[in-house]
Design a protein around this ligand. Structure first.
Ligand SMILES: Cc1cc2nc3c(=O)[nH]c(=O)nc-3n(C[C@H](O)[C@H](O)[C@H](O)COP(=O)(O)OP(=O)(O)OC[C@H]3O[C@@H](n4cnc5c(N)ncnc54)[C@H](O)[C@@H]3O)c2cc1C
Length: 463
């Protein structure tokens, strides 16, 4: 009698890593992603340890007609990195970071988290410009663009990408760089997970810190109009070494928050200085000059601490829904719409985030990368509805959508940063890439003609 061997047993014996199926202990952990609102049951999760493992897993999934999802940091809020009934190819064990301080280069495993990269590079006083929460995955963040505190100073993460190793849908492994498979390389600079599975990235590094200047100034919502007028003027005149963000949040029960203001809805103006104290101090003074903040936290801080400052606030296990858009400026109309929209933001976990994108961000030519957004100075807006449970999320999902609709007349087009897209934003992908979409579709037709990698901001292969 012949014994039938399951594809997962075969995969298990073929890879250095491990495979978890519903019968295995640890399956519930293996299927979890950052957003607790995503509750999916894949047929298996393959924890890969090498590029060969990834190639073997892709081939095995295709042979068994299983849908593939690719997971690195598991932070996709729409749950793109885990699907029902398919194979999750997980890279979290491939998190090595090798730094060459002489050449100012880092080679980063496809499953590394931002905090892995920050720790290894800051040991040499260097950094890769990336995002703001230490437990976010480098891979998903980079492939969509990657924005954070250093974007004004050194550009998006993709603006610092030098090369990538990629497993294609047919199991081949390629290096992509400006001088090798340049079309694929270009597609990776913003085109998301559409083209293959990246098992390592090579980045250019910059001198950063190790100490930076951080100012967080918090205002009552009633003082919002004045605080936002000040912010608008400050943003327009920012020195090159200072970055700025505007956030609406409920004040956390942190030591720097006076007891009477804890859990209160506030507007925060966040200023980070990467150069000397005087240019930073001038921006902070300007923020104080309009209307007085309710409270503030201003001082020097290690860069690595800044990069993990909000890790607990955005910890794994919240139920989350988000929408994103771009606005050109914090005009009177944008400010008014934003403040009026805060009425429905009644979960202490929800936030609105305006990332200021200008400076080095705007020095990169429009077509130089596949990024889903123009390079003119702008603010990326994230409307993040979050709650402790699914019932609480329902009202915050409605709030996020309503605020998005209200901001639409003031937005820069119908598209957005693809890494901030909600689960119901698939129809906005084409608008987000604009004129780049057709080029991406042609490259997709070359490297993934059957759309094997479709659990992402999907670009359909050109016919
Ligand atoms: C708490 C939080 C904070 C965030 N902060 C920022 C921020 O400051 N700046 C910013 O720009 N964005 C930020 N984001 C958005 C973030 O960039 C995206 O969610 C991104 O997809 C996360 O990458 P990941 O590897 O963790 O995600 P995953 O969920 O693991 O992957 C998401 C998708 O990326 C693709 N992908 C992942 N790994 C690979 C790989 N190795 N090869 C090919 N494709 C792959 C796949 O299509 C996958 O479906 C944040 C998100 C969260 C939840």
């Amino acid at each position: 009698m012949t014994q039938v061997v399951s594809p997962f047993d075969q995969l298990r014996s073929a890879i250095a890593g491990s495979v978890v199926t519903p019968e295995d202990p640890g399956y519930d952990d293996a299927r979890r992603v950052w957003n607790a609102d995503i509750d999916r049951r894949p047929a298996a999760v393959a924890y890969c340890e090498t590029t060969e493992d990834v190639a073997t897993a892709v081939t095995a999934a295709r042979r068994a007609s299983l849908e593939i999802s690719v997971r690195s940091g598991a932070h996709s809020t729409s749950g793109a990195s885990v699907g029902d009934g398919g194979l999750v190819i997980d890279l979290s064990r491939m998190n090595d970071v090798e730094v060459d301080p002489e050449r100012r280069r880092a080679v980063v495993g496809g499953g590394a988290l931002l905090r892995d990269v920050d720790a290894a590079t800051q040991a040499h006083g260097l950094a890769v410009p990336a995002g703001e929460i230490g437990h976010t995955g480098v891979a998903g963040l980079t492939l969509g663009g990657g924005m954070g505190w250093l974007t004004r100073r050194h550009g998006l993460t993709i603006d610092n990408l030098l090369s990538a190793r990629v497993v294609l849908a047919d199991g081949r492994v390629l290096r992509a760089a400006e001088d090798e498979n340049p079309d694929l390389f270009w597609a990776l600079t913003g085109g998301g997970g559409n083209f293959g599975i990246v098992t390592s990235f090579e980045f250019a590094l910059h001198e950063v810190g190790p100490t930076v200047h951080v100012g967080m100034l918090f205002y009552g919502v009633e003082d919002g109009p004045a605080a936002l007028r000040t912010a608008r003027a400050a943003i327009r005149d920012l020195p090159a070494d200072v970055t700025f963000q505007v956030v609406a949040l409920h004040a956390p029960p942190a030591p720097f928050v006076p007891e009477e203001h804890r859990f209160r809805l506030v507007i925060a103006l966040a200023v980070v200085g990467f150069g000397d104290e005087s240019s930073f101090g001038a921006v902070v003074d300007r923020c104080r000059s309009g209307v007085a903040p309710l409270f503030e936290m201003v001082g020097p801080m290690p860069y690595t601490a800044l990069q993990q400052m909000f890790d607990e606030t955005f910890a794994w296990g919240v139920h989350c829904y988000e929408k994103a858009t771009y606005v050109a400026e914090l005009t009177h109309d944008v400010a008014e719409t934003f403040l009026a929209g805060l009425d429905g933001m009644d979960s202490p976990l929800s936030v609105v985030h305006f990332y200021v994108l200008s400076g080095a961000y705007s020095e990169v030519a429009e077509e130089a990368t596949a990024f889903s957004g123009g390079r003119s100075p702008r603010l990326a807006v994230f409307l993040v509805g979050a709650a402790a449970d699914a019932a609480g999320l329902a009202s915050q999902r409605a709030w996020s959508r309503a605020m998005f609709d209200a901001l639409a007349p003031h937005s820069l087009g119908a598209g957005a940063y693809v890494n901030g897209m909600g689960a119901d934003d698939a129809h906005r992908i084409r608008d987000s890439y604009g004129t780049k979409y057709d080029r991406l579709a042609r490259i997709k037709a070359v490297y993934d003609p059957e759309n094997v990698f479709h659990r992402n901001g999907n670009i359909l292969p050109a016919r």
